[in-house]
Write a protein that binds this ligand. Structure first.
Ligand code: HEM
Length: 297
């Protein structure tokens, strides 16, 4: 299964699309019952589809879940949790043998419904076209993920080779998740350590040399700032965002800047200072190059 980030990238699903979908939330919430009526009347009129809903309790539960799915299309929160929810829909459908065709037709009904709502409620033709493209993208992404997870679930059930491959992948995924946990705990520990360093520097500022104290405290504050940036990057990565290696290079850069500031104050040998300045130049150049590449991608 492709990652959610890759899928969004392939559909060119941008922050602008997210904003447009959120802007439709109130309008679509108002019409959610009509959308569900359109979907459910088709399901109940189609003999094979209706056969899944003979039990009233089950029908109520699943129809309710579909309404939540519809509302979530305009929630603006399209993170890994959202992705996993879609995967589960495909898996559940596969387990009870809901033909993928029914899902395709259901999304077609919702798509037609949304087009009608936009046509009647949005006057500006350009704005309407932009909104429609965003709706098309999110519906296609939904269908793509649900169908792919359906096919994967089918393969998992029937192919022994796929089962072995899948067991390996899920083991690696679990391992990588636990490593992420170790990483986040280490980052918390290190950030607390930097807070300690900052407090220590501030104490020195009060008790010792003022000039030295201010520079050291400034240096550790700089490191604390990048540590926070580092944690934010890791959190964004865990939520399915892009990984920014530049933040790690940033940590190295500010650490050496701090060292240089302290070395200058301590009147270290000139060679040491030259060595530190050369290191800042090299890391600074690498930082700039990586940042440029990240901005392009
Ligand atoms: C836009 C279309 C659809 C969406 C968003 C959707 C969503 C869902 C969700 C979220 C669940 C899980 C409910 C839960 O237990 O929490 C579910 C289960 C189910 N859906 Fe759909 N569904 C759609 C279309 C259909 C259609 C057309 C059929 C039948 C023809 C169908 C049949 C079922 C059945 C039988 C289950 C229960 C599976 C089980 O017992 O594990 N769904 N669906």
């Amino acid at each position: 299964m492709r990652s959610f980030r890759e899928i969004k990238l392939h559909y060119n699903f941008t922050v602008e699309d997210e904003k447009r979908l959120v802007s439709l939330k109130i309008l679509m919430d108002e019409h959610a019952d009509e959308a569900m009526d359109a979907l459910h009347s088709w399901i109940l009129q189609t003999k094979q589809a209706a056969a899944f809903f003979t039990d009233e309790l089950r029908k109520k539960h699943i129809f309710g879940a579909q309404k939540i799915w519809f509302a979530d299309l305009f929630s603006g929160s399209y993170d890994n949790k959202y992705y996993e929810k879609l995967i589960r829909i495909g898996q559940r459908h596969m387990r009870v043998s809901v033909d993928a065709h029914y899902m395709n037709r259901s999304v077609n009904i919702i798509r037609n419904f949304c087009i009608n709502i936009l046509s009647s409620q949005i006057e500006d033709a350009d704005e309407r076209a932009r909104l429609l493209i965003s709706i098309e993208k999110i519906l296609d992404i939904n269908l793509d993920i649900i169908t792919s997870s359906y096919i994967e679930e089918e393969l998992r059930t029937y192919s022994p080779a796929y089962r072995v491959k899948n067991a390996l992948i899920s083991f690696s995924e679990r391992f990588s998740q636990s490593m992420n946990l170790v990483l986040i705990l280490a980052l918390i520990g290190l950030t607390l350590g930097v807070v300690g360093l900052f407090v220590y520097d501030v104490r020195n500022l009060v008790t010792g040399n003022l000039e030295h104290g201010i520079i050291s405290a400034l240096g550790s504050m700089l490191i604390l700032w990048v540590m926070i940036e580092l944690m934010n990057t890791e959190i964004a990565h865990l939520k399915g965002g892009k990984f920014h290696i530049s933040v790690f290079i940033g940590v190295a850069l500010v650490t050496i800047i701090r060292e240089t500031m302290i070395a200058t104050l301590k009147h270290e040998k000139p060679e040491t200072i030259y060595y530190l300045i050369a290191a800042i130049l090299v890391i600074g150049l690498v930082y700039w190059m990586v940042k440029k590449t990240e901005e392009k991608g």
